[in-house]
Design a protein around this ligand. Structure first.
Ligand code: XMP
Length: 319
């Protein structure tokens, strides 16, 4: 009988056999798959695991600290955090095209990851959170943009004699199994049932040019939305939910004053496969609360809109 506990025991035994006494490197994003791999490998091989977490400045509010708290502080996992906000933002300066932004963010990620990896000696293995649907997708030779980061298997900056072999302990598992073993390994429910977050992060949720000022506003708005979504019991009923920074100014009135400030769009969808999606029919009370909190708590926002576009024809992300 396959239970989460069995799957964990089996995976641990296999990893131990595969890597022996070698050092293993893992790119930790804070998403479900890489987090479960981190927890699993830590249980299996302890200090032989080193994680690299790249903070690109396009993460959600407190996300970097949360990842460090959970893995480094609470679990004792070796995590190297690379604070690379300035580098990413400087590369993105003046760039408006969504695909161009994706390319820049992806390439910069690889560059930073490689640099951190090259500082480590004796690493033989690169661990990845590849799950079974990813395997099928690559086999079908589909170059889905959702897997740009994951598909960069080759860690180019490492010296040739350090070419890394892959450890992919989730390769045969479906998402629900990955979640089950995440819980089995003691990861919190909130982490295991997190909505997906795209590799380019807020970079594709700030329309057009990415600026630090915009990212800060968006982080606040997004945090308010997600907090209220949880408060109203809707987080687990939606597949993905987030705020989008719309670089358009709109007039508002606050007290006796006129406010000419930015627009925030709210998006929440229900979907099974992310190929098609329906906009979530959130309760008006929830939308009202989110809207009034965002406008009242964030000075630089004067208007909140709710996105009622389904996919197709609209995509889930705005870019
Ligand atoms: P779209 O916007 O294409 O999104 O309907 C479908 C799913 O893919 C995610 N997404 C991405 N994930 N890199 C990623 O890792 C990307 O460039 C990217 N673009 C979209 C999106 O968040 C949704 O879950």
């Amino acid at each position: 009988l396959w239970t989460p506990a069995n799957i964990v025991d089996d995976a641990i035994a296999r990893v131990k056999k595969q890597v022996g006494d070698d050092q293993v490197l893992l790119g930790l994003s804070g998403g479900v798959d890489s987090s479960v791999v981190a927890a699993l490998l830590h249980r299996a091989i302890g200090d032989q695991l080193t994680c690299v977490f790249v903070d690109n400045g396009l993460l959600r509010k407190n996300e970097g600290d949360q990842v460090m708290d959970m893995f480094a502080k609470n679990m004792g996992v070796k995590v190297i955090r690379s604070d690379s906000e300035e580098l990413f933002l400087s590369r993105l300066k003046g760039v408006e095209d969504p695909e161009q932004k994706r390319k820049i963010i992806g390439n910069t990620f690889i560059e930073v990851f490689d640099e951190e990896a090259a500082k480590l000696s004796n690493v033989k293995w690169l661990a990845q959170g590849t799950i079974y649907p990813d395997v099928i997708e690559s086999a079908a030779a589909k170059t889905g943009k959702a897997h740009v980061i994951k598909s960069h298997h080759n860690v180019g900056g490492l010296p040739d004699d350090m070419a890394l072999e892959l450890v992919e302990p989730l390769r045969e598992l479906f998402k629900d199994e990955v979640r089950a073993i995440g819980l089995e390994l003691g990861l919190p429910h909130e982490m295991v049932f997190r909505h997906p977050f795209p590799g380019p992060g807020l970079g594709v949720r700030i329309l057009g040019e990415v600026k630090k000022e915009y990212a800060n506003i968006l982080r606040e708005a997004d945090a308010i939305f997600i907090e209220e979504l949880r408060n109203f019991g809707w987080y687990d009923k939606t597949s993905q939910a987030f705020a989008v920074f719309v670089p358009v100014k709109s007039v508002g009135v606050v007290g006796d004053g006129r406010r000419y400030a930015w627009v925030i769009a709210i998006r929440a969808v229900e979907t099974v496969d992310f190929m098609t999606a329906r906009w979530a029919h959130l309760p008006y009370e929830l939308l009202e609360k989110v809207s009034s909190r965002i406008i009242n708590e964030i000075e630089d926002v004067s208007r909140v809109t709710y996105d009622i576009s389904s996919k197709p024809p609209a995509t889930i992300e705005w870019e």
